[in-house]
Design a protein around this ligand. Sequence first.
Ligand SMILES: [Zn+2]
Length: 87
Amino acid sequence: MTPVFAWYSHDPARLEHRWAQALAGMKGMTPIKGFGCSDCDCQSHLFHTVAEPDLARFATTVGGPVETWLKPNPVPGARATPGTERA
Ligand SMILES: [Zn+2]
């Protein structure tokens, strides 16, 4: 499995639990069970999806800016672009 894009934040607040809950509620997300969540009740802090998720909807759900990383030469048809999505 090769990551093709990632969402992240430089916010000094710990957002991982809020983000994990938001991702868990999004259609098509598969949690990698137990990843990064040994100290909380989240199912996972890492998710996989075969379809490109809705970044604008995610940013609105979590209520803050979401930075994006895009693999150089991404898969054909990918719409994701690097940058920042603001809620
Ligand atoms: Zn958590």
